[in-house]
Design a protein around this ligand. Sequence first.
Ligand code: TRP
Ligand code: SF4
Length: 400
Amino acid sequence: MYAEKVLSGMRPTGRLHLGHYHGVLANWVKLQHEYPCLFFVADWHALTTAYDEPGTIAQNTWDMVIDWLAAGVDPSQATLFIQSRVPEHAELHLLMSMMTPLGWLERVPTYKDQQEKLTHKDLATYGFLGYPLLQAADILIYRANRVPVGEDQVPHIEFTREIARRFNHLYGREPGFEDKARESVKKLGSKRAKLYEELRTRYQEKGEEEALEQAHVLLNDAQNLSHGDRERLFGYLEGGGKMILVEPDAMLTEASRMPGLDGQKMSKSYGNTIALREDAESIRKKIRTMQTDPQRVRRTDPGDPEKCPVWQFHLIYSGEEVKGWAQQGCRSAGIGCLECKQPVIDAVLAEQEPMRERARMYEEDPQLVRNIIADGCEKARKLAQETMRDVREAIGLDYT
Ligand code: TRP
Ligand code: SF4
């Protein structure tokens, strides 16, 4: 593929909680050191279901971005932007809509699932049906090959791959492709050209994935190639036409094991969350009043950690020693529940300390956040415009 690139988006739901942190953000923070990363606020996606309550989107966006920054997403490492600020996403979405079979969209599982779940909303809309195509545009416009998402989103990535393949098939076949490809090979210089041909043969005749990977590296390192030549050579390598859009892979984010205060999954709609920027006193109170094993009525009753949501917190926050202490103390009634909760309280507060610190800076000076996003939008837009130039040209809309 083109150079490695990570892209992911989140709908602006407002303030985030520990479930988001342990499920998604901690992973983003790790990835930003390993790859070039683009993270964006999917505000148009929010409108597909919240089209009748637009007033909340902007505030939710700023609150969410502050939480990203608080969690350690670093704008000097990753590009942070807002989808609607890069209108090229909409242009690609429109162009791809021309070649997207309705059946493909109707078959995406989230389409029916969400309609059945959100019964109070009319989701029989054009925009909602097109949700996965908009997501495909988000990804393809950056030629991002790695997309960290939860399991529920995997069908959307699969759909994106199919759309990219269809697009390349329809628009990547220029007249005289083979001849042009051979000309492009020459531009690699004789040594690289020879290696390229060798790798191409090994891949096409023997299916050696390693040869394909090596050829990708070779093409990415060939600085002097034009866009057109590069697309052609990526395509020629695999026996197709030009590779204008790049098929992405899902990077499956492990489901968050973060339980809510009541032991169910942590979720705003269950009212069982701890927010990322919640004040210390409120966190203490929430954990102190958390349910425990219902069998432990009195301090002298032994308990079973497996039946206690506090134990789920220990699993995330405590080391072996503390976990052993809690197990033993609970089963023998050697410790009280408040005692057992204390190390969890301390660990949650310690985890949040640097987050609160970072958030304070942005809360005090919202202009900082505006600037980070303006910067990110500008960078993202440049990349998006490059792809759109190639896309328009491939479709025949380059009026030059
Ligand atoms: N659909 C994703 C979600 O609901 C959000 C999203 C929109 C996204 N566009 C994306 C995620 C592109 C990854 C890549 O969580
Ligand atoms: Fe839960 Fe700890 Fe109380 Fe046992 S001692 S019931 S694990 S809070």
